[in-house]
Write a protein of this length. Structure first.
Length: 68
């Protein structure tokens, strides 16, 4: 149910807001990968979660582009 709410929040945002969210998620993923490489990351499942969130954001962006 948590992901359904996240997707609904994404669908309510404008394309510009979605792009900002995408950039922020990609930065977070980079930082998580960097922490993982230096053995500073405790919760490695966060990488998978962020990757899926990036895919969700890109899906919503694509859907909005098709509607326009």
């Amino acid at each position: 149910m948590k992901t359904n709410n996240y997707v609904k929040e994404l669908q309510a945002k404008t394309p510009a807001q979605l792009q900002e969210e995408l950039v922020a998620a990609k930065k977070e993923l980079f930082n998580l990968r960097f922490q993982n490489a230096t053995n500073q990351l405790d919760n490695t499942s966060r990488i998978k979660e962020v990757r899926k969130n990036i895919a969700r954001i890109q899906t919503v962006i694509t859907q909005k582009a098709e509607q326009a």
